[in-house]
Design a protein around this ligand. Structure first.
Ligand SMILES: Cc1cc2nc3c(=O)[nH]c(=O)nc-3n(C[C@H](O)[C@H](O)[C@H](O)COP(=O)(O)OP(=O)(O)OC[C@H]3O[C@@H](n4cnc5c(N)ncnc54)[C@H](O)[C@@H]3O)c2cc1C
Length: 407
């Protein structure tokens, strides 16, 4: 039996391996000049390939039960074993994130490609597939550089995130041509643009804190870690983490805000005690000088102006309780309105995709056409930042590869 895998990303590579191990003759058709380009960019070049704290609550989909069935079939431990067998020793970092112990994303791609070659899987690169047809029992796979035939097809073309690495959403058109519905897509895991006067001035400043996204109905998501001010707003792992929920609200035309806490482990009262003692000791200094050594120097005038101070030369010793609390309000709850987000180019994942209710959740075979399987980010499943998206790529790819090749 000949199986064609369209897309040689994380999901397509593992699908091809699973199918070939079952004895199928497999070919991968990849648009870029080599397979697995996105894998090399993951985890800042270290490839956070799964997470020890696996839970369905880290995933988002309109058909979460179907996603769960797939994640349970080829689960965290199956993934760890699969990669151990190929030579990847896991290293568990903060928050359960799993990396290869070499800390090189290239190791993950190297071992996958080695296995692809060992199993005799054909790799056809520089081959963008533009159309897929089914004639009786065979598929015609039509590409810019030729046409191919197969008995079954696994569509693993990814979503729309980071199109410079190959995934530009073309796979949705192919799925649509067989009658599949696409759940509305939007960039997930992406930086947020905020309303604010001072971003150019404070761009580049980093701190460990929390960021909370909220609407007038309450908090949508909160996360903690290193936050970075940028020219357009904020970035950093916790911002990326909350972005999906924030963008979901923006898409509903709700007003969304973020609040940043630069001292998440210090209460307002503790911070008051710290600051009033500090200002007491150096009462002769201006407030502008009085915060040097406490927060980033470039942040001081901006924090003071946002706290309502017009005279930054005012002496620390002259500050009253209300004025100190105004500074604390900014340090512990600086609020900004969210005006947007960065583009698909910067996004790490795609929310939405091919409707999961139109695939068999056990096998990932299309409910619209027999012999077509779908996997990876192309489907309406996305995960949190932290190894959850690659886990979905492995789980869904393995499932599609395995069941497409069972005779
Ligand atoms: C910068 C960055 C960092 C990330 N870091 C992490 C991380 O550390 N951990 C984590 O879990 N997730 C991470 N992700 C997300 C994760 O990489 C993706 O969710 C995952 O790679 C999706 O796998 P996929 O195989 O479904 O799609 P992709 O990896 O996008 O692969 C799809 C492949 O199909 C090819 N293709 C597309 N259209 C066609 C066509 N018409 N014809 C032929 N080929 C086609 C593409 O060129 C591509 O090679 C990161 C993403 C980015 C962009």
């Amino acid at each position: 039996m000949k199986i064609a895998v369209i897309g040689g990303g994380a999901s397509g590579l593992i699908a091809a391996i699973a199918a070939a191990r079952n004895g199928a003759q497999v070919a991968i058709y990849e648009k870029m000049n080599r397979v697995g380009k996105k894998i090399l960019a993951t985890g800042n070049g270290r490839c956070n390939y799964t997470n020890m704290d696996m839970s369905i609550h880290r995933y988002h989909s309109k058909s979460i039960k179907n996603a769960e069935a797939v994640l349970n079939f080829f689960d965290l431990y199956a993934t760890l074993n699969f990669f151990e067998d190929l030579g990847i020793s896991p290293y568990v970092g903060e928050l359960g994130k799993v990396y290869p112990s070499s800390l090189q994303a290239s190791s993950v791609l190297d071992v996958l490609r080695y296995e692809v070659q060992r199993l005799g899987i054909e790799e056809v690169t520089d081959c963008e597939i533009t159309e897929l047809r089914k004639n009786k029992d065979k598929f015609s796979i039509i590409g810019k550089s030729g046409s191919f035939q197969a008995d079954k097809v696994i569509l693993a073309t990814g979503g729309k995130a980071s199109p410079q690495l190959g995934s530009d959403g073309r796979g949705y058109d192919i799925a649509k041509s067989f009658g599949h519905k696409i759940v509305e897509t939007f960039p997930a895991l992406v930086q947020l643009k905020l309303e604010g006067k001072y971003f150019k001035r404070i761009s580049g400043i980093r701190f460990d804190g929390t960021v909370k996204g909220f609407t007038n109905k309450g908090v949508v998501r909160e996360d903690e870690g290193e936050i970075l001010f940028t020219e357009y707003g904020i970035s950093g792992p916790p911002v990326i983490q909350i972005s999906r929920k924030v963008i979901e609200e923006l898409n509903k035309k709700n007003k969304v805000f973020v609040a940043v806490d630069m001292f998440p482990h210090t209460t307002q009262m503790e911070l008051y005690d710290i600051l009033s003692a500090r200002f007491g000791r150096i009462g002769y200094k201006s407030i502008e000088d009085g915060l040097i050594g406490f927060i980033n120097k470039n942040l001081i005038p901006v924090v003071l102006m946002e706290s309502g101070f017009e005279d930054l030369k005012k002496k620390c010793g002259k500050l009253n309780k209300k004025e100190i609390y105004k500074i604390i309000d900014i340090l512990k709850g600086w609020k900004f309105e969210v005006t947007g987000h960065n583009t698909w180019q910067q996004a790490q994942s795609t929310a939405g995709g091919v409707d999961m209710s139109e695939v068999n959740p056990k096998t990932l075979e299309s409910a619209k056409v027999r012999g077509l399987y779908l996997s990876g980010e192309l489907l309406d499943v996305d995960g949190d930042c932290g190894g959850f998206n690659l886990q979905w790529a492995w789980s869904s790819g393995y499932t599609a590869g395995y069941f497409s090749s069972v005779v």
